[in-house]
Design a protein around this ligand. Sequence first.
Ligand code: PXP
Length: 238
Amino acid sequence: MPAKLSVNINKIATLRNARGGNTPNVLKAANDCEMFGADGITVHPRPDERHITLQDVYDIAPTIKTEFNIEGYPNERFLKMIEEVKPDQATLVPDGPDVLTSENGWDTLSKKDFLTDILAHIKSLGIRTSLFIETDAQMIENAAKVGADRIEFYTGPYAHHYAANKEAAIKPYVESAKVATENGLGINAGHDLSLENLKFFAHKIPELMEVSIGHALISDAIYFGLENTINMYKKLLQ
Ligand code: PXP
């Protein structure tokens, strides 16, 4: 089974918010991504609503026919939204409210009790859980212990080192994927994945179940169009 492509539509909302109106239409973009072959839609509503708003999440959720993945820091507001929207998957990230983008994974040791309680609650709602994680064996083993169904590898470092030495860049992910599988965790990945580096990542990590891609994919769509771009990314996963 090729890994699923979940399109992160945050950047469509960034563009819309730049003018204050409803162009481009985020709801239509989500539905079109699915029509063009995306296997899922990802949103990451941030507390300042600089791209996806809370209202967007409520508007988009009932229209999704594939898989809806919501990412975010599990504060009270996030958890209320998850309870009401019931996405297919909740991906928890350890971001503070002011970060530009997610740049580190969970410390599953120091946050053990916090994560155990929250993951149990989300799972009791019938929602699959995933924890944003770096390539650290101890953190991955503990992700299983606190009850996550999956991990999402933070692929920023892979993307950063890919051009200089792709074999060295992928090595920690190959080793960590083994640890994750041995501990019963499914594997997702995201951050800075692109037309340049995705194929090698998917080829080297056959356990990969899902990638969520936003920035590069939406940027590529300016040149190739959204439908072509989604097809190009999907081909790289086959
Ligand atoms: N995964 C997480 C947890 C993220 O925060 C983001 C960015 O919103 C992504 C994946 C997607 O990263 P990118 O926009 O670089 O494709």
